[in-house]
Design a protein. Structure first.
Length: 422
């Protein structure tokens, strides 16, 4: 009989006015793939955030026992140190960084305080091979499809010596082919002795790979089934609390007049202006109806939904506003000295402040060499160039010095519209 690697006992988590988890119990055996299923809002992701330290010890009631020891994780780094790694549904990758830079972001291999790019890239190749990728470690994440990005996330987890891998809806945005490849990879990890927790709504995938499945409903543990006891009907009944005679009952919609309409609408990629991601879309929404946006992976469904409002979320900085996540471009490829001098990039017309700071640091440490200089110079230059392009394309200041989310990219779209009218 397999030993128990994880026990979660009496986990209760409350948010203001809402009890998300109520006395939840979960046990996971070493070397198994354990699926957690439930309706939206049942508490699955919340439970895994408790386990991984996203919600720190003290913010919930109950015990986490890992490998026989009670754990009180104060943050995600605590859980990662013992081998528990979570991959969230929303991938945590920086688009304008390379594969290697993403895998070792915040955990770079360094020598005398200087990032050792050769060592990072060599190890990245080995990690990518484990997950079935042959891409160059220098490839930017923005140039990869979502399926390959998911595999990069798994490679990142492997770099942290993962023992218990948590995947939250890993196939939700993948094609059927990419989904099957990922599930095959999980089964291979199982053969190698790795333990996995899989959160998924796709019951056919759960039935294919899971050794056991735990159902959570309304923040409570309903039951845990062994593989031999699993059936789709039983899982659904446990999830919703009743037997479903008809999954798609008839209904009579009352559809009114058109209240929203989009005609001949096109959108260009914010980071790659030459790439058109939405081309001449027409769409009508009537009062009282639910409109679904469907398509294969890569059909930019989420871009369509996000861009209709044309309100890109902004992050305030000392020099105005930048789209979130892109501030990382300022820091790519930088070590301690570069991080200290990086704010100067926002003020100076070039990236030389970073390079000069790095040279001073290397000279004082006696480890200066031209190869390191060129690597740091190239990384800093790409980062600054990317930020400047974003500012030029998407940010413009009015007469009062207030930044707005419109720039040359918006002007190009207007010019194209005027050209078509003529």
């Amino acid at each position: 009989m397999a030993s128990t690697i994880l026990e979660m006992q009496g986990i209760t988590k409350t948010f203001p006015g809402v009890k998300a988890l109520s006395n939840v119990n979960l046990d996971v055996e070493e070397g198994e793939i354990h699926a957690i299923v439930g309706e939206n809002g049942a508490g699955k992701s919340t439970l895994m955030k408790v386990l991984s330290g996203v919600y720190p010890s003290g913010s919930y009631d109950g015990k986490i026992i890992y490998r026989g020891q009670e754990c009180q994780f104060k943050g995600i780094h605590d859980s990662e140190r013992v081998g528990i790694v979570i991959i969230h549904q929303e991938l945590a990758l920086v688009p304008m960084l390379s594969i290697a830079e993403n895998i070792f972001l915040g955990n770079e291999q360094a020598r005398y305080g200087v990032i050792d790019w050769n060592a990072n890239e060599t190890r990245t190749r080995a990690l990518l091979k484990k997950v079935g990728l042959s891409e160059d470690p220098k490839t930017l994440i923005t140039n990869l499809g979502v399926g390959k990005q998911q595999l990069v996330e798994i490679a990142k987890a492997l770099s942290k010596e993962v023992k218990l891998l948590i995947l939250d809806e890993p196939t939700a945005s993948l094609s059927e082919k990419d989904s099957q490849a990922l599930l095959d990879l999980l089964l291979e990890f199982k053969r190698q002795g790795m333990t996995s927790i899989l959160i998924s709504h796709k019951l056919n995938e759960v039935s294919r790979v899971a050794d056991r499945v735990t159902v959570i409903r309304d923040g409570q543990t309903i039951e845990t089934m062994a593989r031999k006891d699993m059936s789709e009907d039983r899982i659904i009944t446990s999830m919703v609390g009743r037997s479903l005679e008809d999954r798609y009952p008839p209904r009579e919609p009352k559809i009114g007049d058109v209240i929203f309409e989009v005609e001949n609408w096109s959108v260009y990629h914010p980071l790659h202006p030459e790439r058109q991601v939405i081309r001449n879309i027409d769409m009508k929404v009537h009062k009282g109806e639910v409109v679904g946006i469907a398509g294969l992976m890569g059909a930019v469904r989420w871009v369509t939904a996000k861009k209709v409002d044309y309100q890109t979320p902004m992050m305030a900085t000392s020099s105005g506003a930048l789209p979130p996540g892109l501030v990382f471009n300022l820091f790519r490829g930088l070590d301690m000295v570069a991080l200290i001098t990086a704010p100067l990039i926002l003020q100076l017309p070039s990236y030389w402040s970073v390079v000069i700071g790095a040279i001073v640091f290397w000279v004082l440490r006696g480890s200066f060499n031209m190869e390191d200089l060129r690597a740091e110079q190239e990384a800093a230059q790409r980062g600054v160039r990317g930020v400047r392009q974003l500012i030029d394309d998407h940010v413009v200041a009015d007469k009062n010095g207030v930044f707005h989310g419109r720039g040359r990219h918006h002007e190009r779209l207007q010019q194209q519209g005027r050209a078509k009218d003529q």
